[in-house]
Design a protein around this ligand. Structure first.
Ligand code: V47
Length: 418
């Protein structure tokens, strides 16, 4: 088999040699890779690294994303999801959705919502009945919901659907919980209480780009990198696995993307060495401008997406999985990305409120069936592997689903009675 350096353009031969030797790439290497006109060489390098980690496997999961509220006290410029909370707004919002607070009779804006614990449980039950192994729950920073709401939500979902993994709350939400808890709790205490109530792991959201300039320009009021890392460090110390994201294609520069990846890599080095858990996966999120304050920006092109995903694979030499989240990159490009360093596409999703593409149907139904996901993966020349949240292989049969190696877990399709 030809050596990697012989398969890439000569201008990248030195990097190829280092990649082949498993050596760490520098900021300069990352920027060179990002800027290279030899995009097939970049793809080949990332593909080689993906294969070293995972062989032919490409992962997906059967999951459901659930958002509990779009009220948010932040005003991030890139975000089209949040709705400001005006006085008297939070009493049940849109149409059929039931109130959780009876504090005001004022009609809420039609596109705002906050779901009650019962409504969250109903959605989790639906997901479970459809075979989901995971619920991915995040929401805006709601100014009125008490910390007990989040604890009750986790506990009620765990009671109703004991086998479903609850992956919930970005680091930004966790910091918010420390501020609203009475008496005020530390990050560790918040995580411990949520875990005792059923929380399984943390998703990677809210990281954006770890850079002060970008932070001040696009999400000034949001918890910065220190707060984000404090939460993930504490989670890892507690033995809770987490993911990490990078929101790219808005006001940041290529150097700032690479700097972000290097900060994740440094954190992961310490977690792998000293902590009980670490990042499982990095998810580079392609900025969707529509409906946000930054709507005049063009957003990333397809090639920018592929470059960023490939460079993420190459820079993050200590993070096992790189996910092309099909909602952001599109199903078709996520498929191509499986040959550009990515080994995961996320899951069936079903509803996704945080971003909506132009020309959408108006609701937030965005679903990829298992059949379609498997077809996309197979056509990319990979072997589809259903995984659970923690990347354990899921096996399905008439009895339901179980995780490979797990003893006695067969009642998967059984949820507690409605
Ligand atoms: O935190 C917000 C980002 C994140 C936009 O951990 C936007 O497995 C693009 O974190 N364009 C939420 N992105 C999504 C997220 C995620 C998704 C899939 C899997 C996992 C995982 C995590 O979406 C937010 C924010 O960083 N976001 N607005 C936008 N206009």
């Amino acid at each position: 088999m030809k050596q990697l350096r012989d398969r890439v353009d000569v201008s990248l031969a030195d990097i190829a040699t280092r990649v082949e030797a498993g050596e760490r790439l520098s900021l300069e290497d990352g920027v060179r890779l990002y800027r290279t006109p030899h995009v097939h060489s970049l793809g080949a390098l990332a593909d080689a690294v993906r294969r070293r980690w995972h062989g032919d496997a490409a992962y997906y999961n059967v999951n459901r994303h659930i958002n509990y509220t779009n009220f948010c006290v932040l005003r991030c410029k890139f975000c089209s999801f949040y709705r400001p909370y005006e006085k008297g707004a939070g009493n049940g919002a849109a149409g059929a959705r039931l109130p959780i607070f009876g504090e005001s009779e004022a009609p809420a804006k039609p596109d705002t919502y906050e779901l009650s614990v019962d409504q969250m449980v109903a959605r989790a039950r639906e997901a479970h009945a459809a075979g989901a192994t995971e619920v991915h729950i995040v929401g805006g920073l709601h100014p009125k919901l008490p910390f007990s709401y989040y604890i009750e939500m986790c506990a009620a979902i765990r009671d109703a659907c004991p086998r479903i993994h609850i992956k919930a709350f970005t680091a930004i939400e966790i910091v918010h919980f420390t501020r609203i808890s009475k008496p005020r709790l530390s990050i560790r205490e918040v995580l411990e209480q949520l875990r005792a109530a059923g929380l399984g792991s943390l998703p990677g959201g809210g990281a954006e780009i770890f850079d002060d300039r970008v932070h001040d320009e696009a999400y000034k009021n949001k918890v910065g990198e220190q707060g984000w890392f404090d939460v993930h460090r504490t989670a890892h110390e507690l033995g809770m696995f987490t993911n990490a994201t990078m929101l790219y294609g808005h006001v940041e520069r290529p150097e700032e993307r690479i700097g972000h990846l290097i900060k994740l890599r440094e954190h992961q080095d310490v977690s792998l060495r000293e902590r009980a858990a670490h990042f499982n996966c990095c998810i580079p999120l392609s900025f969707v401008p529509e409906g946000s304050e930054l709507a005049s920006l063009p957003g990333p092109t397809g090639l920018d997406d592929l470059r960023t995903l490939a460079v993420s694979r190459l820079m993050l030499d200590n993070v096992p999985h790189i996910k092309a989240f099909w909602i952001m990159q599109s199903a078709k490009l996520a498929q191509v990305a499986l040959r550009w360093g990515c080994d995961d596409m996320d899951g069936t999703v079903v509803y996704y409120d945080i971003t909506k593409r132009e020309g959408g149907s108006g609701n937030t139904h965005q679903e990829l069936t298992v059949d379609r996901m498997q077809r996309l993966i197979l056509e990319a020349g990979c072997v589809p592997v259903e995984r659970d949240t923690l990347y354990r292989r899921v096996i399905r049969d008439e009895a339901g689903w179980r995780v490979e190696g797990e003893v006695g877990a067969v009642e998967a399709a059984v949820c507690s009675p409605v």
